[in-house]
Design a protein around this ligand. Structure first.
Ligand code: FAD
Length: 285
């Protein structure tokens, strides 16, 4: 951080105070959640902001609440907390696995759901595909008011949102699903994954799939649903080998992003294997 100075760390105790601080700072400040992305700015050759608005002391952002319709996850809930508090909820197995396998134990104690979803340049974020295939919504607060957006829509416009915005919570609908998460880290635990596949499946009484949501992360710049494969597998038996074959046929729907760790074609090449792994996990249950 040589030559870069943070002049202000604001520690509001309510969401309204946080928003007011962000608004006052204008372009001179931004949100700080777990800081696991922010602290690596110098490695990415990005400048630090002069000021940050910490979410650490806003209790409502650190809570997970359950209603009949939703699981509401406060934006400052950490990956470790997700694992602790959601591991008994069968339909969220994929999200728990995404949170529990990402990064390393120390980072998981700090990194938050909000940071994962709001970091526009982080293609390899694990929670994004896991929440995309749950049809999650996000609650966004700006000086103009509160709005709820599908996660998909939020990902499309997060870079264009005005600076003074706060992701307050993530709403995950409660449905009778089974879900799983498969990722390919390149070398060792803690590396960003080369490719990610998250799936959520609703089964019919005969065991066939009523529908499957399949989301792909880290392959392209922004995670997205694999609609072609979703259409192809709807109504089929939950058979990982058969779905793997379909994934091989349809993988050219993706254009992989080149990166320092691997070329783009490699990310696409490993996708069908991850699809097979994710569905095989569901087959075992
Ligand atoms: C070595 C290492 C390896 C990692 N590997 C992985 C991995 O494999 N998979 C994975 O998913 N994660 C991984 N992470 C963690 C990753 O950095 C976080 O998941 C996430 O991207 C940042 O979360 P954070 O809470 O630390 O956010 P911060 O660093 O505090 O903030 C990141 C950005 O989001 C904005 N922001 C944060 N919260 C909000 C909010 N509520 N509203 C509006 N804007 C907000 C900030 O202003 C900032 O621009 C890794 C981290 C490290 C250090």
């Amino acid at each position: 951080m040589q030559g870069q100075q943070i002049t202000g760390l604001h520690k509001p105790e309510t969401v309204a105070e946080a928003l007011a601080a962000l608004s006052d700072l204008g372009g001179g400040g931004t949100v700080m959640a777990g800081a696991t992305w922010i602290m690596r700015a110098p490695f990415r050759r990005e400048p630090m902001k002069p000021a940050y608005v910490s979410l650490a002391q806003i209790p409502e952002l650190h809570r997970i609440a359950f209603t009949q319709a939703h699981v509401r996850i406060g934006s400052a809930v950490t990956h470790a907390q997700l694992v602790r508090e959601l591991q008994a909820i069968p339909e969220l197995g994929g999200l728990v696995s995404a949170a529990g396998d990402s990064a390393n134990p120390a980072v998981r104690q700090a990194a938050t759901v909000g940071g994962n979803l709001c970091t526009a340049d982080f293609a390899a974020a694990d929670l994004v595909p896991a929440l995309l295939c749950q049809d999650a919504e996000v609650e966004i607060l700006t000086m103009e008011g509160r709005q709820f957006l599908s996660l998909d829509a939020f990902l499309g416009l997060r870079e264009r949102l005005e600076r003074a915005y706060l992701l307050v919570s993530v709403l995950v609908p409660r449905r009778p699903l089974a879900s799983a998460h498969a990722r390919l880290p390149l070398r060792k635990a803690g590396d960003y994954p080369v490719a990610i596949v998250s799936v959520a499946v609703e089964r019919r009484p005969d065991g066939h799939m009523r529908g499957a949501a399949i989301a792909v992360g880290s392959v392209e710049a922004v995670a997205r649903r694999w609609r072609g494969l979703e259409r192809a597998v709807a109504g089929l038996p939950l058979d990982a080998s058969r779905i793997h074959q379909l994934a091989l046929d349809l993988a050219d729907e993706f254009v992989g992003r080149d990166g320092p760790e691997v070329p783009g074609w490699y990310r696409v090449k490993v996708l069908p294997t991850l699809v097979r792994r994710a569905f095989a996990t569901l087959q075992q249950h």
